[in-house]
Design a binder for this molecule. Structure first.
Ligand code: ADP
Ligand code: MG
Ligand code: MG
Length: 912
């Protein structure tokens, strides 16, 4: 019960140019609530309301419904009264009723993941009062119809029961529309709407056994609890898990006076962005509908219209609508309500400057008056993220550090994805056109149901429209195609957030979920057929189209260059081939942090020599086989050294258990026996002999080099000879030879002796010298603890955080798949330690390793080469530890550069 006493205020009011909260209070009020308060304070027209804090949601999860309602009842009553005073109406009054919305709002925006109920307070009596007050019967009944529908769905659980069923309310609506021969919601008469309300209520009672509550207070509490519950709903849980948001954040609940976009031709509702969320272009844009409410625009019930004239013209071109039809049927808000447009334009400018970030806003026009219902930092594609950051820097809206901090490092990944090859695109057949909702190129096989996306490795999810239920499928699909919905539809917004290619509103598609087919211009496409989407133009093509690597120019190159100005960590890449090395280098890698020599052994001709070496029963036999491997390794190293001219390259000696190199299938064993002129039995016996109980803790790493020094000799020779050979061509290269899996100083000493001896031998033979270094991986916990001893003799450390994590936790990385998802789900682990460094445990060992190493040798070069080298949080940690570099896979290099810059900026901010 202590929690209860700690919290003094649970409800925060806003509206009428005042507010208890402000934009900095997102954790407490949720993003929506904090921004409603902020807008209210700076004089933006926001309907009055209040926010029940996220802390109450957490209390609710502990205490349950009754106790929670008791905790907030008084504050809520007071706050509702305040809204009524401002609006000149009374909640629950049968003559002058106040109507409200109950909206969810977590600290980060989770579009459509949680629930909202509009028009709350309506019942069989107040609907008549609303009709009388407004003199608009149709409007009152339309609002009531929407309320019953939303309350039924959100609070009373009226949802489709199977994926092939449509929403139960939609089904009734379709039936009535069909009976009357009408297409649009707006064509329903007041009588139709009354019938709908009646039928909806009937359906609720029939299915749930409960009647729709008529008491406004009961409605209010029901909705508040439903919003709290939606935090733990399937969609929200999936979204949270996907983004790593903890369960204990909770959602706030916003209760707000209703404003009406469905009052007639002088009313409407819309969504707008201060810049283009797909490309980042600095143009105000958005969509609206006349005589509509709330979700209508997003849900794609009618084709939404463009807010700006420019947008409208661009749209008309894509939709192949003539200028005449455009002006008459789909005019822009700028054209039909110029003064409202002007006001909206001013507000969006003010908000962008105030928040210093691209804003995504919701608005409603009630009888010619503009209201703003929401603003938030807009979700955007990776390309837009980079462009907007650089543009705002150039506009002096933000400074360099802020521009860098605006980049979500992992989102850069999108910019590195392949794009369609232009020549291939020219010869492709376009089958239809939709709206370019989220840029990118996608090729894949058609699936119609989100839970079936897994059927294909490359799936294109094709839907009439998407809903939050489709989230997981959208995440897994390569691209998304919808028949309905505009640029602000659920599909479009979510796809842009995910950086996933999406085309929306392709009206030519006739989709049948049951038969799993779609028809375009009379042609039928089936599940499994290949199609391609160009999310940048909206073109849909038949079949597969070749792709190519993107070019990294423009703002991307600019922000990368800017990151180099701020970061102090060096970035290297992990590369086993010259091709990988070049990719990494082109992305800005300043050296190679890890070359795994064993990968080179897996190619056809090499694996033979490798197997011969493993099967040899004497040192002599092993040497013979190693002699065959030597020239191959040497030429690989030469290639890598040339690619990395002028930088440093770290090469790790043979690391994995030998068992990984021998054949396990009988046919392959026979083949090997024949090749080597030995008996099958002998091969089988050797394979069996190599089997280990715990290969990861077995005969591997430097243990191989110590038992078979000739392997280390051969590898050293290949490295040193390669360095001499390329230096004769003028290539600058100082190889760094890295001994894996060291746990005692004696191990390192023994290997270093072999390496130095071999190097001296080669120098004598070639009558020349090159500089080289010998260092070690720190990947066994013991190595971190004796780092001072090792630092006396090693010239560099590289933390192998994969093995270090594996051995610190005692989790086998290859077997962790069996329990890791459950551990994450049950909150036993907050994050997968193989993805992001466990700073508390593994990190402590690293801190000890760095500290003890530098104590002995302050100039000791220290880096990290595990998977963690590409993870932003881990990079920040390495920066804190004072490492010299992080090394990651080639495609992660840009992510690492930005992350390193952000780490340096944050560190500086902390120190000043
Ligand atoms: P989401 O977070 O899913 O966008 P919202 O709470 O923002 O949900 O609400 C859904 C829709 O209802 C939005 O279009 C919003 O603008 C509209 N809406 C919410 N509250 C009101 C209100 N008080 N008056 C008019 N429209 C509202
Ligand atoms: Mg919203
Ligand atoms: Mg290792």
């Amino acid at each position: 019960m202590e929690v209860i006493q700690e919290i003094k205020k649970r409800v925060y009011s806003f509206g009428d140019r005042e507010a208890d909260g402000n934009a900095t209070m997102k954790n407490l009020l949720g993003g929506k609530g904090a921004n409603l308060a902020e807008m209210s304070k700076i004089g933006i027209p926001v309907p009055p309301g209040f926010t029940i804090t996220t802390e109450v949601c957490t209390e609710y999860n502990k205490l349950g419904q009754e106790a929670t309602v008791n905790l907030i009842r008084e504050e809520v009553r007071e706050s509702v009264k305040r809204i009524g005073e401002i609006m000149g109406a009374d909640f629950g009054s049968s003559s002058n009723p106040l109507l409200i919305s109950v909206r969810s709002g977590a600290r980060v925006s989770m579009p459509g993941m949680m629930d909202t109920v509009l028009n709350l307070g309506l019942n069989d009596v107040t609907v008549e009062a609303l009709a009388k007050l407004t003199g608009n019967d149709r409007f009152a009944w339309d609002s009531y119809r929407r309320f019953v529908q939303m309350y039924g769905g959100v609070v009373m659980g009226m949802k489709p029961e199977s994926k092939e069923e449509i929403d139960p309310f939609e089904a009734i609506m379709e039936e009535i529309k069909e009976d009357k021969g009408i297409e649009l919601d707006t064509d329903l008469t007041t009588e139709d709407l009354k019938t709908l309300v009646f039928r909806f209520k009937e359906a609720i009672t029939k299915r749930t056994g409960n009647t729709l509550p008529q008491d406004p207070w009961e409605q209010l509490w029901g909705a508040v609890i439903a919003v709290f519950n939606s935090w733990n709903g399937d969609r929200a849980v999936y979204y949270r898990t996907m983004n790593g948001y903890p369960a204990d954040w909770g959602t706030a609940v916003n209760v707000q006076a209703m404003v009406y976009g469905n009052m007639g031709e002088n009313s409407g509702t819309g969504v707008c962005f201060t810049r283009d969320a797909g490309t980042g272009e600095n143009v105000f844009n958005g969509e609206y509908l006349i005589n509509a409410q709330g979700e209508d625009v997003v849900a794609g019930v009618r084709t939404p219209q463009q807010i700006t004239k420019l947008g409208s013209e661009r749209w008309a071109e894509l939709a192949q609508v003539t200028e005449e039809v455009r002006r008459e049927t789909y005019p822009s808000l700028e054209e039909i309500m110029p003064s409202i447009y002007k006001e909206l334009f001013e507000i969006q400018r003010r908000l962008e400057i105030h928040y210093r970030n691209m804003q995504d806003m919701e608005f409603t026009i009630q009888n010619g008056k503009l209201w703003i219902l929401q603003t938030r930092d807009g979700k955007r594609t990776g390309a837009a993220m980079v462009k907007i950051a650089m543009d705002m820097l150039k506009e002096r809206l933000i400074n360099e550090q802020e521009a860098l901090l605006r980049v979500e490092p992992v989102k850069l990944d999108e910019l590195l994805h392949p794009i369609f090859d232009l020549t291939a695109l020219k010869s492709a057949t376009a089958i239809a056109q939709g709206l370019p909702a989220s840029p990118g190129a996608a090729t894949g096989q058609i699936v119609f149901h989100s839970d079936e996306v897994e059927k294909f490795k490359h799936a294109i999810l094709v839907r009439v429209e998407t809903s939050p239920e489709d989230l997981e499928g959208m995440h897994r699909a390569k691209g998304i195609l919808t028949a309905r919905g505009g640029m602000t539809s659920h599909a479009a917004v979510v796809a842009r957030g995910m950086g996933k290619c999406c085309i929306s509103g392709a009206g030519a598609l006739k989709i049948n979920y049951k038969t799993r087919t779609m028809v375009i211009d009379g042609r039928e496409f089936h599940e499994g057929d290949w199609i391609s989407l160009n999310g940048s133009t909206g073109n849909i093509y038949e079949g597969k189209i070749a792709t190519k690597e993107p070019e990294l120019t423009g703002e991307f190159a600019e922000i990368m260059k800017l990151s180099d100005k701020y970061r102090t960590l060096k970035i290297r890449t992990n590369a086993d081939t010259p091709a990988d090395a070049l990719v990494g280098r082109n992305f800005g890698a300043q050296g190679i942090g890890l070359t795994r020599t064993e990968h080179m052994f897996f190619e056809v001709d090499r694996i033979k020599a490798m197997r011969e070496m493993i099967l040899a029963s004497s040192t002599k036999g092993r040497k013979r086989a190693l002699d065959k491997l030597l020239p191959m390794q040497r030429s690989d190293f030469e290639g890598i050294f040339e690619a990395m001219d002028g930088t440093a390259v770290t090469i790790r000696l043979l690391d994995p258990p030998l068992h990984e190199f021998v054949p396990h299938q009988l046919a392959h064993q026979k083949e090997l026996a024949e090749d080597l002129h030995v008996s099958l039995e002998m091969v089988k016996a050797k394979v069996a002999d190599l089997e280990e109980f715990n290969p990861m803790l077995g005969h591997r790493g430097c243990r191989l080099g110590i038992t078979y020094p000739e392997i280390t000799e051969m590898q050293t020779r290949a490295i040193i000879e390669a360095a001499i050979n390329v230096s004769e061509k003028g290539v600058q290269m100082k190889p760094e030879i890295m001994v894996p899996l060291v746990g005692t100083i004696e191990e390192f000493r023994a290997q270093k002796e072999v390496i130095d001896k071999t190097a001296e031998l080669v120098f004598a033979e070639r009558n020349t010298k090159v500089e080289y270094k010998v260092g070690t991986m720190i990947e066994i916990p013991r190595a971190a603890l004796i780092a001072d001893q090792i630092a006396n003799e090693a010239q560099f450390f590289s933390f192998g955080t994969n093995d270090l994590t594996q051995m610190t936790y005692g989790y086998s990385r290859d077997d962790a798949g069996k329990f890791m998802p459950i551990y994450l789900d049950k909150n036993i682990l907050k994050a997968d330690p193989f993805e992001t460094i466990d700073q508390k445990g593994v990190g402590t060992l690293m801190r000890i390793g760095v500290g003890r190493g530098r104590e002995v040798n302050p100039w000791l070069k220290i880096g990290i080469c595990g998977e963690h080298g590409g993870d932003p949080a881990s990079i920040e940690f390495c920066n804190q530890l004072g490492m010299d570099y992080v090394s990651c896979s080639p495609f992660r290099v840009p992510i690492a550069r930005i992350s390193a810059a952000q780490a340096a900026i944050k560190a500086q901010a902390r120190n000043s």
